[in-house]
Ligand binder design. Structure first.
Ligand code: C2E
Ligand code: CA
Ligand code: CA
Length: 633
């Protein structure tokens, strides 16, 4: 018996049974006393009371969520015996009183026996193993009694009693069928006929209870199909459904009787494994089984003439009995599964605590980032860009966040979070405004750069208000010709759908005077198509190509190809992450226009940048303003 609702239903029936036994039972004592047959009545009632006491203990010991499947099984067996014995006692009292024709007690006995049968059929219908024998135990003695009268009306009553028994059995069976059907629907997924989330959570909780009692281990696999949505969207839900059914069939083929598979929803499945005595074996088996599962899912599908391929991301978690909540384990498996997704999908990753810490840190960053601007925690650093004569001709603005609780947080960590949460819009606008103020101040104080690069996130540039915001900030802080010094660095991480929109935005800003640079060039997958579609002026070779230039001849080839490509398209090239003189020699030899990297200077504060600039090129003597005589700021 695996049906939670039935357990609870039958548990409640114990109480009803107690009431229906103890109260009408008292009636027998009174009648027995009135009719001078008190002794058997008292003995019988004592037995009833004893069984009721046992029943009550059974009722109170039931704790579905804390019991293991074998404990539940054991409890259920006792429950069955409780009902068998209780109803048998009613048959006993019938046998005792059926012969009492003088006192007319036999009428009472017949009625209670009929009543008990109806009660059995109404209370015990969830379990066939209960109601069938009990109705027979109650009704057969009655039919025998009627037949034993040996009169025509006795035989008629005997036949009626058989019919009545048949009706009761039929009624109980029909209710039972309906209940089973409802339960099946409530615990199964309609499409794949696998267990659903509701059922699985109960099952997992009981697995955990068992692990807790026996100190063993098991595993939990969370399987999410990769890019299933694309199949659904492009080929339609019918094909998607058929694919899910086929994936289910393949997974089911691999399962042993100790595995439980359920569909959590959409394209997400979940499995619990067998029990293990030690954790290493459990680890090992979980990973082997996941790999087998993945291979099986990945082999080709032919569905309604479509040849399909699908992979999966599998998060693995080891189940132990010491943490009690089922949902925690699922959440952790989900974290591991998302790690697989983040690292390119199609793989298996075992959950570890570091993932949770990462998520907690992520949430903490998200929370504190909201206050970063108002608390003045955001600062700008500047990294110089030099030409082939080692003259500083530009700089890249790099944001820094210094938080009281978290310390210095790298932009690599908080910018993606700002993008996800949308804070990047406000943050980006602030960075832009502060940058342009700096550019203005520098111009007036004699720092004359050819270009001034600012990183812009995709989410930021695609925001509906971006163009207006840029124009507004430029108009406040810069004179028109200065705008042509601004370079927006974009990273090639854009969905094809947005390209058209992006091209339009870039063209409008280009008209306004702003230039664009393709950042991290060479790391994306559609670099060439970007060059032809987007109005860009500059490519920045990603620092990963520059960093191991001398150990990696492929990177040398890559850089020289990018350089000749740039010449073809008349683009400027910036090499970022330059750290050694060998790299500089190679880059200069290949006519790279601009160099940037820690070899020259790390990103530095505003005042350090100014000092660096003037060290190389002494500050001009300030010229007083002709009208006011004031010195420029
Ligand atoms: P990025 O645009 O590729 O910036 C270059 C990164 O390389 C910077 O890291 C810089 O400090 C680092 N770098 C420069 N030279 C060297 C070198 O010689 N060796 C090494 N190992 N690293 C070098 P940073 O400042 O941590 O910025 C990381 C990323 O954060 C940036 O990568 C950019 O994508 C993003 N970011 C920084 N500031 C902003 C911003 O204001 N807005 C937006 N949207 N993103 C920003
Ligand atoms: Ca950049
Ligand atoms: Ca870069």
């Amino acid at each position: 018996m695996t049906n939670k609702t039935c357990y609870f239903f039958l548990q409640k029936q114990i109480l009803l049974m107690l009431g229906l036994s103890l109260l009408p039972g008292l009636g027998y004592i009174v009648l027995g006393w009135l009719n001078d047959i008190i002794l058997p009545a008292v003995i019988w009632y004592s037995l009833i009371a004893l069984v009721c006491f046992w029943g009550y203990r059974l009722y109170s010991s039931f704790q579905y969520d804390a019991m293991t499947p074998s404990e539940l099984d054991n409890w259920y067996k006792q429950l069955q015996w409780f009902f068998y014995i209780s109803f048998s006692l009613w048959t006993l009292v019938f046998i005792l009183y059926a012969g009492e024709t003088n006192s007319k007690m036999h009428y009472i006995a017949i009625f209670t026996q009929l009543g008990a049968s109806v009660v059995a059929s109404a209370l015990l219908y969830p379990d066939k193993k209960l109601y069938t024998p009990i109705i027979i135990i109650l009704m057969v003695p009655l039919t025998i009694y009627f037949a034993g009268i040996q009169q025509w009306y006795g035989y008629v009553l005997c036949i009626f009693a058989y019919v009545f028994m048949g009706v009761l059995l039929y009624a109980a069976k029909s209710s039972n069928k309906l209940l089973q059907k409802t339960w099946f629907q409530a615990s199964h997924d309609q499409l794949t006929i696998l267990y659903n989330r509701n059922y699985f959570i109960d099952h997992l909780q009981q697995t955990l209870n068992t692990l807790n009692r026996n100190n063993n281990f098991s595993y939990l696999l969370l399987i999410d199909l990769d890019h299933f949505k694309t199949i659904n969207d492009s080929l339609g839900h019918d094909i998607g459904d058929k694919l899910l059914i086929e994936v289910t069939r393949r997974m089911t083929d691999l399962l042993s009787k100790d595995h439980t598979l359920a569909r959590l929803g959409g394209d997400e499945f979940i499995i619990t494994g067998p029990y293990f005595n030690n954790q290493e074996d459990c680890h090992h088996e979980a990973l082997i089984f996941s790999q087998q599962l993945l291979e099986k899912i990945k082999s080709n599908y032919i569905i309604s003439t479509h040849h399909l391929y699908i992979s999966a991301s599998i998060g693995v978690n080891i189940l132990t009995g010491n943490k009690s909540r089922a949902s925690d384990f699922i959440k952790e498996a989900d974290i591991a599964m998302n790690e697989v997704k983040a690292s390119g999908r199609d793989g298996v990753i075992l959950f570890n605590e570091a993932f949770s810490q990462k998520i907690e840190k992520h949430l903490e960053i998200e929370r504190l980032l909201h206050f970063a601007l108002e608390n003045n925690e955001i600062q700008l650093n500047f990294q110089p860009q030099l030409n082939s004569d080692n003259i500083i001709i530009g700089c890249e603005v790099l944001v820094r966040w210094n938080n009281k609780e978290l310390g210095i947080v790298s932009p690599e960590e908080f910018i993606p979070i700002a993008e996800q949460t949308g804070i990047i819009i406000e943050l980006g606008s602030y960075i832009l405004e502060e940058s342009l103020k700096t550019l203005h101040n520098w111009e007036t104080s004699g720092i004359q750069l050819e270009q001034f690069s600012i990183n812009i996130s995709m989410r930021q540039i695609l925001h509906h208000d971006f163009i207006n915001d840029v124009k507004r900030i430029c108009q406040i802080h810069l004179q028109k010709p200065m705008c042509s010094k601004i370079v927006f660095e974009l990273t090639e991480t854009i969905e094809a759908d947005d390209i058209k929109k992006l091209v339009n935005i870039m063209h409008e800003l280009k008209e306004f005077g702003i230039n664009f640079s393709m950042d991290d060039f060479g790391t994306g997958y559609s670099s060439l198509s970007y060059i032809t579609q987007l109005p860009i002026k500059e490519l920045k070779i990603d620092r990963s190509f520059v960093s191991d230039l001398h150990e990696n001849s492929q990177n040398q080839a890559m850089i020289s190809s990018i350089l000749s490509l740039a010449k073809t398209f008349d683009l400027k090239i910036v090499a970022e992450g330059v750290e050694t003189s060998e790299q500089i020699d190679f880059l200069k030899e290949h006519k790279c226009d601009i160099l940037q990297g820690n070899f020259y200077s790390e990103p530095v504060s505003l005042s350090d940048f100014e000092a660096m600039y003037f060290k190389q090129k002494p500050a001009p003597v300030p010229v007083p303003d002709k009208k006011t005589g004031a010195e420029p700021d």
